[in-house]
Ligand binder design. Structure first.
Ligand code: HBI
Length: 359
């Protein structure tokens, strides 16, 4: 089902923190890839604008040179809005300004002040998909301003994430989605647990390693090693815990490990905007044990597709692990296929875009 039979032209402007394919863009890379693939499948035309060095060859990417933006989650809440000289963020949006008349709609996937500030200066409407919870006062303020001036153009992945911005105006909740055909169901897992994500303090990896130590169930860690010092500290503090870091893997390689795990542990300290890894695990039939915090609390059906645990409670995580036999792995897979498929995601995005273009 497509919300519109008309073929639209989209300009997708990616995150300025890293080239596509490097993992630096975290969940935004997967979201951008999946939305682009689904919009093209539905007959729409699109162009992606991303920093030079993007290795994606399966989708139309215009590579823009310039210096990367600092990741917002490493900044203080009151941090000033900063731009390096020859900023790739500024260069990407200058390109968007120049070509905007060729497109119906521009979609911003970046978590930065500039694209929100530039919105009123563009002739074409800009939809903003906000990829994290509230982190910075200046960004909160400009998002509120755009939400007021252009109602309905701000999109979030979860209600919990949206709540951190307390917008009065209506916003759109996209949830998220994946190509479930890329994830193979596994009925008989090995005696191992998984943790997948950017290795960075806000993701709380140390709690998952603690569970491995307390249960003596080996933990397989995958994802971009973003914060070296944080990782070194975990290796020192938990030297004899049974964990192994497998690196930043492709979706195909990651799911080959993930699918054989008894559960995925989600131990995030912050309000995770969504938690793509949760639906990737469900698509493999892997139950999700997550802190009841942020997006994962809107994904996991407690006791059915995993367990929601009191935030930061190690005993809660260990107790959930001991009840994993209650979960039917087929139910996990089924929930991914119905709620989080590319089809379902594409319907939500089209509805959002049509609403903005008020077709
Ligand atoms: N930081 N400044 C900035 N801009 C982004 O677009 C950005 C970020 N940090 C992380 C990030 N994007 C993505 O990895 C997450 O939103 C998923």
């Amino acid at each position: 089902m497509t919300a519109t039979s008309q073929s639209l032209k989209f300009l997708f402007v990616s995150t300025p923190v890293g080239p596509l394919g490097t993992g630096l863009g975290g969940g935004v890379e997967l979201t951008l890839h999946n939305i682009s693939q689904e919009m093209i499948r539905r007959g729409h035309k699109l162009q992606i604008v991303a920093p030079s060095g993007s290795t994606w060859d399966c989708l139309p990417v215009v590579q823009i040179p310039g210096n990367l933006q600092i990741i917002a989650q490493s900044q203080q809440r009151a941090a000033l809005v900063t731009m390096p000289e020859n900023s790739v963020l500024a260069n990407m949006w200058d390109y968007a300004r120049q070509v905007q008349s060729e497109y119906h709609l521009i979609v911003n996937f970046g978590y930065d002040w500039l694209p929100f500030y530039l919105t009123p200066f563009f002739q074409r409407p800009i939809a903003h998909l906000v990829s994290m919870g509230s982190l910075n006062n200046a960004l909160d303020q400009i998002i509120k301003q755009v939400a007021k001036q252009f109602p309905g153009t701000i999109g979030f992945h979860s209600l919990a994430q949206a709540a951190t911005f307390d917008l009065e105006e209506q916003f759109f909740c996209l949830s998220n989605g994946i190509d479930t055909s890329l994830y193979e169901f596994c009925a008989q897992p090995k005696q191992q647990l998984a943790w997948v994500g950017r290795i960075s303090p806000e993701k709380g990896l140390e709690d998952a390693v603690s569970v491995a130590k307390m249960t003596q169930i080996p933990l397989k860690i995958m994802g971009k090693l973003q914060d070296e010092l944080y990782w070194q500290k975990i290796c020192q503090d938990y030297a004899n815990a049974p964990f192994e870091y497998l690196g930043f893997l492709s979706t195909s390689q990651m799911q080959q490990v993930l699918r054989e795990c008894r559960a995925l542990l989600m131990t995030h300290r912050w309000v995770e905007a969504f938690g793509n890894v949760a639906i990737e695990a469900l698509a493999c039939g892997v139950p999700v044990i997550s802190y009841r915090r942020g997006g994962p609390a809107e994904i996991v059906q407690d006791g059915k597709t995993g367990f929601l645990v009191e935030p930061d409670s190690l005993p809660g995580l260990v107790n959930a692990v001991s009840h994993l036999d209650q979960i039917n792995r087929q139910t996990c897979r089924a929930s991914a296929e119905t709620e989080f498929s590319l089809e379902a995601l594409g319907d939500r995005f089209e509805e959002w875009f049509i609403q903005i273009l008020d077709f």
